[in-house]
Structure formats: structure tokens, C-alpha cells
Design a protein around this ligand. Structure first.
Ligand code: CP
Length: 338
């Protein structure tokens, strides 16, 4: 069934393919309406509570602008503005916000904490809870990625070769929530996914199992390599995620341990300095290859300007589609037919 009113979105593993297709179709319709300047106030007078435990450019603004365009309002909350900072429980937070509005969205990427926190909110909320990224999943990113891929390659994505590549993790890392979400999602749409990453940064076993099941069920495939060149060979889409330079600490953590964080970043950068997406590697891919990145990108370290600003790059389409897909998810889960 494709009626999504009231449904949570913590991971698309909880959504069926027809439900995802529905969201993609609505996103395309909303994109057209936005381009035409046509009103689409599907969430008139509705309220979304957004809780950001970490910084964000794309996620925050796509959700907030999206709610405005849908005729509602998004409260932009951080723990310091709430009693979360005094230890109020996820249960009480979810119960109270459920009495006051129509949706709860949360980014909490703390390792081992973020996903359980989101699940606890969802368990107690009587309104939809949406993940804005946790330590395992980034559903709002992956649905925008899927929309972008379908815009460039068509809706039949069977046999499309996609390479996910990274060489970065720290003890404080958001553990690969973007590639994990892509790795779970793309085989469900028939894509042949290659993972190119050094062996010291593997996916959790239970997710490898789930992705394998998705590939078997839906006709996609998974391949693993520790060689970035090999990973790029023949790819139609390459998605090398950032692995250094930024680190993935919360603002507070970084400020409290600035020197240690810098040292850790430096060590990671040195160790995998050769894992860069450059023009030579792009030539190993298929002639029609597209370069994607969730952003922010670490220019000069993980990708050269020539690639990220070059003709294969579709990063700004991908970023724009965050808006349209976020609106579709919100319109369907917070509004729509009960
Ligand atoms: N891609 C992404 O989630 O970007 P932000 O961290 O800026 O939201």
C-alpha cells in the first residue's frame, strides 16, 4: 500500500519499493510545481519540529524551506534551546511535541546513540518521526540521490554500475551513514553496486547482510574491492564520500578536543592521501560517468576541483533534489490521506 500518512522514516528499510516510488513521483511533481511557481500548500498551517544535534546546510534548509513552501512552519531547534540539554528523555520530548504539531525530525549522529535515540522518539511519538541523519542512516540524502540518478539515467536503473568509495573513519565518525543508505537502497532498484574502501573501515555485518538480501530480492548486485582504481572501472556513477579534512565531530566535541581532532584528521589524511577522485580515475569509468557527492566535499583532498566542477559532476542537482524529496516525504507522511 502506498498511503504514507503517519509513517516514520528512520531508514528506508522500513519502506516498501512502491512507497519509495510514490515519494519519488510526488517529489518530481513538486519539483515541477516549484519551477512553475505554482502553489502547493499541502501542509497548510502544519508544524514540524526539527532537532539538530549537529550542524547542517542542506538538510536544515531543505526541510525548513520545504515546510514554508508547503504552507507550514518548521521550528529549528537545537538541544541548547530545549530541555534536552538538562537530560529530558526522548520519550517525554516525543510525547509533548506530538501534542503540539504534526511531525518531528531529528539529526543525531553520535556513534551508538543517534539511531537508538531516533527509534525511541518514533516509539513514543504519535506523529511521524523523520531522521535527518543518524549514526547509521541518512534517508533524506539517499532518496535525493535516487531521484537524481533517475533524472540522468531514466527510471529503469537495472544494471547501472554505481561505485561507492571512501577511506575515512574516526572514532568520532558518523559511521558512513550516507554510503550505508546508498548501499542498502541502490540494489533495491536493480543497480550493481561496487564498494571501494580500505579494509579498516567496513560496514557493520548486519547491514552487509541486509544489503545482500536486497540485492538478491530485487536483482541488483554487490561487489567489494580495496582498490579505488578497480572500483572506478566501467562505473556509470561514482560517489566518493569525504574521508578527511573535516572530521565528523560535533561542534562541542571539536571545540573541547581541537588539537586531538586535528591530529586524528591529519593521520587519516596521510594514510589515505592517494584516495582522491581525480581526472585520471574518472577516465577509468564509463564515458557517460556522473560524479555525485552528498556534500560538504573536501576539495583538493578527496576530489579535485577539475572533477567536482567538471562536466561529469551533478552535485548541485543532487543538492537541489534534497528540497523536492524532503517535501515529498513530509507531504506524504505529515499530510496525505489518513
Ligand atoms: N548532505 C548533507 O546532509 O548535508 P548537510 O550536513 O549540510 O545537511
Amino acid at each position: 500500500q502506498t498511503l504514507l500518512h503517519g509513517k516514520h522514516l528512520i531508514t528506508f528499510q522500513d519502506w516498501t519499493n512502491p512507497e519509495i516510488e510514490m515519494a519519488l513521483n510526488v517529489a518530481s511533481d513538486l519539483k515541477r510545481r516549484f519551477a512553475m511557481g505554482e502553489a502547493h500548500r499541502l501542509l497548510q498551517d502544519k508544524t514540524l519540529f526539527m532537532m539538530f544535534f549537529e550542524q547542517s546546510t542542506r538538510t536544515r534548509n531543505s526541510m525548513e524551506a520545504g515546510m514554508t513552501q508547503l504552507g507550514g512552519h518548521a521550528h529549528d531547534l537545537t538541544p541548547d534551546k530545549m530541555q534536552l540539554s538538562h537530560g529530558e528523555s526522548a520519550k517525554d520530548t516525543a510525547m509533548v511535541l506530538s501534542r503540539m504539531g504534526h511531525g518531528i525530525a531529528c539529526r543525531n549522529c553520535f556513534y551508538g546513540i543517534g539511531n537508538p535515540y531516533l527509534n525511541e522518539l518514533a516509539k513514543h511519538a504519535s506523529i511521524p518521526v523523520m531522521s535527518l541523519q543518524d549514526d547509521l542512516y541518512h534517508p533524506m540524502q539517499v532518496i535525493a540521490d535516487l531521484m537524481t540518478i533517475r533524472e540522468y539515467f531514466g527510471t529503469n536503473t537495472k544494471g547501472l554500475k554505481v561505485t561507492l568509495s571512501w577511506a575515512y573513519a574516526t572514532s568520532h565518525a558518523k559511521p558512513l551513514s550516507v554510503p550505508i543508505s546508498q548501499f542498502l537502497m541502490f540494489p533495491r532498484f536493480g543497480m550493481d553496486v561496487t564498494i571501494a574502501a580500505p579494509k579498516e573501515f567496513p560496514f557493520p555485518d548486519f547491514l552487509v547482510k541486509q544489503a545482500g538480501e536486497n540485492a538478491r530480492k530485487f536483482g541488483g548486485s554487490l561487489r567489494y574491492t580495496e582498490d579505488m582504481d578497480e572500483g572506478f572501472e566501467g562505473a556509470h556513477i561514482v560517489i566518493p564520500k569525504n574521508w578527511g579534512g573535516f572530521g565528523n565531530w560535533s561542534f562541542d566535541e571539536y571545540n573541547a578536543n581541537e588539537e586531538a581532532c586535528k591530529q586524528e584528521m591529519k593521520a587519516n589524511l596521510e594514510k589515505h592521501r592517494d584516495w582522491i577522485c581525480d581526472e585520471r580515475r574518472m577516465k577509468l569509468a564509463a564515458p557517460e560517468v556522473k560524479y555525485m557527492h552528498a556534500l560538504p566535499a573536501d576539495r583538493g583532498r578527496e576530489v579535485t576541483d577539475a572533477v567536482i566542477d567538471g562536466p561529469a559532476s551533478i552535485i548541485y542537482d543532487e543538492a537541489e533534489n534534497r528540497l523536492h524529496t524532503a517535501k515529498a516525504v513530509m507531504a506524504l507522511t505529515m499530510g496525505g490521506r489518513p
